[in-house]
Write a protein of this length. Structure first.
Length: 359
């Protein structure tokens, strides 16, 4: 009489081990596929913003301004309407735009309908933090190009503040207004395919406990603003810009975050301010995925990265960030890009020669 033979313990253990190895091999592939899908959605979001800017130009003949300071006669927040508000009708958010009462200022109970609404296309799917830094106010992963190093020329990007209030006697200090003002397609003499309009940044931690103890080597270092270093002696021009960028990328490991300023990193997509860059803008100073650095030489109230600091583009995408160009295309820029090439991509009229293989 034949007996049915079962698996021995050894055979079962071998099978389990093989299955475990297969799962271990499969999981990274699954995670990689998911991140590829998230990155593709992020590219699509930026492409929509880029096309919205093109449609805005078709209507008004200029790029949307970083903000429209002053906002109104009643400024209950001290901030201004951001560029994001300006292009809401162009990203199919006309109803949200119509819900705003622009005559009453931008920060009060009358703004909660719009301000509490999280627009899905303004969030990168790879963002790993679900808590809004300025809860219940909604946030945004996408930021406008403020320009290259202030040591070369401030406001040299495409999403810049208005000019008239940035000159002597206005916001900031002497000379800060040189590159600000309305930007037209004709202003982009470096070529629309060589000039950035939008990129992305990781949203901040708000007033979460422990922000003040975050150092440059901490896990969340890219989500806070560091006070930076005194670069008053670095000089101007490319040499000064290089020294300032290097100082930001090599902060002393004991440097701690500016907790008060960090609370405003991604705080509210409605709000912008000419000299508070990191609210809704980024800068082409330090490389992508570097830190946010203020400048010790800035005037006291410029805590959210001023025109001579460095508000970096950043993301959870491996190896770089997505950047929307002025021609409507979106490119992936690696963290390893050379500083001169990164600066050239940020300036609209610097006269630099930038080839496609530079990034």
């Amino acid at each position: 009489m034949r007996r049915n033979r079962g698996f021995t313990l050894i055979e079962l253990l071998v099978v389990i081990a093989i299955i475990a190895v297969l799962i271990a091999l499969l999981l990274p592939a699954v995670q990689s596929a998911r991140e590829a899908a998230r990155r593709a959605q992020c590219v699509n979001n930026l492409k929509q913003l880029g096309l919205a800017a093109q449609n805005y130009i078709s209507t008004y003949d200029v790029m949307p301004m970083q903000c429209n300071y002053p906002t109104s006669e009643i400024q209950d927040s001290g901030f201004s309407w951001s560029w994001t508000v300006a292009i809401l009708p162009q990203i199919e958010q006309g109803a949200l735009f119509d819900s705003m009462n622009f005559s009453l200022g931008n920060y009060g109970l009358h703004m909660t309908t719009a301000g509490y609404t999280q627009v899905a296309s303004l969030l990168c799917p790879s963002e790993s933090i679900s808590q809004r830094p300025g809860y219940p106010w909604a946030t945004s992963s996408y930021v406008g190009n403020y320009g290259g190093p202030g040591q070369i020329m401030a406001y040299s990007g495409t999403i810049v503040p208005p000019k008239d209030l940035l000159l002597n006697g206005g916001i900031g200090t002497t000379g800060w207004g040189g590159g600000a003002g309305t930007v037209r397609i004709a202003s982009i003499t470096d070529g629309t395919s060589n000039t950035a309009v939008f990129s992305e940044h990781l949203i901040g931690l708000g007033l979460a406990p422990g922000v003040a103890s975050i150092t440059p080597n901490s896990k969340d270092a890219r989500r806070v603003i560091f006070p930076g270093v005194d670069t008053s002696g670095v000089g101007t021009g490319a040499d000064g810009a290089m020294r300032a960028a290097q100082a930001c990328m090599t902060l002393p490991p004991t440097t701690t975050a500016n907790a008060g300023a960090s609370a405003y990193l991604g705080y509210n997509w409605l709000l912008g301010y000419p000299t508070h860059v990191s609210l809704v803008n980024y800068m082409h100073v330090a490389r992508p995925n570097s830190l946010h650095c203020g400048n010790a030489g800035d005037i006291s109230y410029v805590q959210f990265v001023g025109p001579t600091g460095s508000a970096a583009a950043s993301s959870n995408h491996s190896g770089g960030v997505n950047v929307a160009l002025a021609d409507g295309s979106v490119r992936f820029v690696k963290d390893s890009i050379s500083l001169p090439a990164w600066w050239a991509l940020g300036s609209r009229s610097g006269g630099e020669v930038l080839s496609a293989d530079s990034y």
